[in-house]
Design a binder for this molecule. Structure first.
Ligand code: NIG
Ligand code: FE
Length: 411
């Protein structure tokens, strides 16, 4: 199977050499080729260039992209795609004045989703998540990290892992699974949290490692959830089983989770709605990607990640949806790119870098995804006719995507 896309108005994120991350000042640059072509064979980007140099290619299919923009599909590095049902009643409670913490303290929140997930069959969970994923693919997502975390028992967490494995096998989109057993303290362990930590470190992590589905380990490091000591115990156990951290930190409070994540060579530290100079200093010089989740700030009406401080300090930044039923019930990356511009004050170039190459980095896949580079996977967005790529974030809540190519297949 070979596809040639011709007359591309703007081909974005083109790199001759295989970049895997962009940081600081360099995030302001988004390499663009005007009036371009792109040639793919099977699932791989083979060639691209200016239309005037498009010669000697004999594709099976040609797509005319006159007036349209082509870019790498979005890499959503933080999602809770697998969950059961929804939490609309809590949404209304929050409109009526209750906070996320107040709802959680009444037994709502993550525990509410866990109760429902434990009762939901593997088949049903798979169907619900696949339906969501199909919607996201149409909106331009070509790679997505998916966490467990609504199981909160050994059985239910392993059930989630098996569901994620099936999605990974069946979907054309690239899926990276993360074990998030430490998402909340289950009701039964309220009075003896240390027993739940033990269950995670001594049973769940070794069992999950045996299944070899997840490569990453997450902890919700937050007041009322997992302290710094809890988080360290869990990361330590993960390290023994080759699970690299990608952790929830600084959503409501600064506990020191950023420095702890860096100490354990976290691939990413996510949320960061609260941030101080020590956090920025800790990330400097590390291999850890800070990840902002503006959909969560929007939905919960909490502060937005001070992204400018991070980028202006020379650090990289990724943006992701945090798609989940409690704090961000939307997986639309187009909205996230727009919100990053409007609320985090990223330029369109920075936002697109954050949602493609840096998103791929935060999933550990940027050697194969996130840029238009020869040899990388053919995961592409073809937009509706647009005058310029800045219209993607500008027209917030519109869908700029006309079609997608996922793993070399046109959709
Ligand atoms: O990233 N903060 C922890 N986890 C999710 C919310 C999960 C939920 O409310 O169900 C988040 O915001
Ligand atoms: Fe999350």
């Amino acid at each position: 199977m070979s596809i040639l896309i011709t007359n591309i108005k703007q081909l974005l994120q083109v790199h001759d050499s295989n970049v895997t991350i962009v940081k600081g000042e360099a995030m302001k640059t988004l390499p663009v080729l005007e009036n371009a072509y792109l040639y793919i064979e099977h699932d791989t980007i083979i060639e691209f260039g200016k239309m005037e140099d498009c010669d000697g290619l004999y594709p099976e299919t040609t797509i005319d992209a006159t007036g349209k923009i082509v870019l790498p599909s979005w890499c959503d590095s933080h999602s809770h795609l697998v969950y059961a049902g929804n939490r609309t009643s809590e949404f209304v409670d929050r409109i009526n004045g209750l906070s996320y913490a107040e709802i959680a303290n009444r037994g709502g929140g993550i525990l509410n989703s866990a109760k429902l997930l434990q009762k939901t069959s593997e088949e049903d969970l798979y169907k619900q998540a696949m339906e969501r994923l199909e919607d996201l693919i149409k909106m331009g997502t070509g790679a997505i990290e998916v966490k467990t975390g609504y199981g909160l028992t050994v059985d239910a967490e392993l059930k989630m892992l098996r569901v994620i494995k099936r999605i990974k096998q069946d979907s054309l989109a690239k899926i990276t699974p993360t074990l998030l057993a430490a998402h909340a303290i289950p009701e039964a362990y309220r009075k003896n949290k240390s027993d739940y930590i033990k269950l995670i470190t001594e049973e769940l992590i070794p069992e999950a490692a045996k299944l070899n589905i997840a490569h990453y380990l997450d902890v919700f490091c937050e007041d009322g959830y997992f302290s710094i000591e809890d988080t360290e115990a869990i990361l330590k156990a993960g390290k023994e089983h080759n699970l690299r951290p990608k952790i929830h930190v600084n959503q409501f409070n600064i506990l020191g989770g950023v420095a702890l994540g860096v100490k354990y060579n976290a691939l990413s530290v996510d949320h960061l709605e609260e941030l101080n100079d020590d956090d920025i200093a800790a990330i400097k010089g590390s291999k850890t990607m800070p990840v902002a989740l503006p959909g969560c700030s929007y939905f919960l009406s909490i502060p937005y990640t001070p992204a400018r401080q991070l980028i202006d300090a020379g650090l990289p930044l990724a943006i992701a949806t945090d798609y989940n039923p409690g704090s961000a019930p939307s997986g639309n990356m187009n909205f996230i790119v727009s919100a990053a511009c409007v609320k985090l004050k990223l330029t369109p170039e920075e936002a697109i870098n954050a949602a493609t190459i840096n998103g791929a980095y935060a999933m550990g896949i940027s050697n194969m995804y996130g840029s238009i580079t020869r040899g990388k996977k053919a995961n592409l967005i073809i937009t509706k006719p647009l005058n310029d790529y800045t219209e993607i974030p500008y027209a917030f809540a519109h869908n700029p995507v006309e079609s997608v190519i996922i793993n070399g297949e046109f959709r």
